[in-house]
Design a protein around this ligand. Structure first.
Ligand code: FES
Length: 161
């Protein structure tokens, strides 16, 4: 028991630096960064539900109740819709391309330069195209409709089915 406590004390009081091969080595601080949880959405609180409808490639529609702040990419992935999100939602691909219903397009904040650059690379770009990872749900977007394009730049065999 005593030995175990001593060992623990040593670990807690370990020096910030130590010598190795006559050079001073610095211990790196242990730190945690926020883990991006893609496809993770929060269940909406009662009375605060927002709604989004996805128009799928086959023309069928799926409607979901979601929370404010959830991104369209996360909502799609949490519901196993066909939205790849190859860059993990960091606005560095265009595989989360969605075509927004014109009625809602102007309610979405203007795209950043980064989003515009990625949109230029999107397959089947339209005048109301946006990136799903760059749109977070808010009250103005309640009942928004977005369509998934027929293909993205990451072409896969299922795109031709
Ligand atoms: S997931 Fe890559 S740009 Fe949105």
């Amino acid at each position: 028991m005593f030995k175990a406590l001593t060992k623990t004390s040593f670990l807690v009081k370990a020096p910030y630096s130590f010598k190795l091969n006559n050079t001073t080595q610095f211990r790196r601080a242990f730190s945690l960064s926020i883990i991006a949880k893609h496809g993770h959405i929060h269940p909406p609180k009662k009375g605060e539900e927002l709604h989004i409808t996805f128009v799928l490639k086959d023309g069928s529609q799926k409607k979901y109740e979601v929370s404010e702040g959830d991104s369209i990419l996360d909502i799609a992935q949490a519901n196993n819709l066909d939205m790849e999100g190859a860059c993990g939602g960091s606005c560095a691909c265009s595989t989360c391309h969605v075509i927004v219903d014109p009625e809602y397009y102007d309610k979405i904040p203007e795209p950043t330069d980064d989003e515009d650059d990625m949109l230029d690379l999107a397959y089947g770009l339209t005048e109301t195209s946006r990136l799903g990872c760059c749109i977070n749900m808010n009250k103005d977007l309640d009942n928004i409709r977005v369509a998934l394009p027929q293909m993205t730049r990451n072409v896969k065999s299922s795109d031709f089915e």
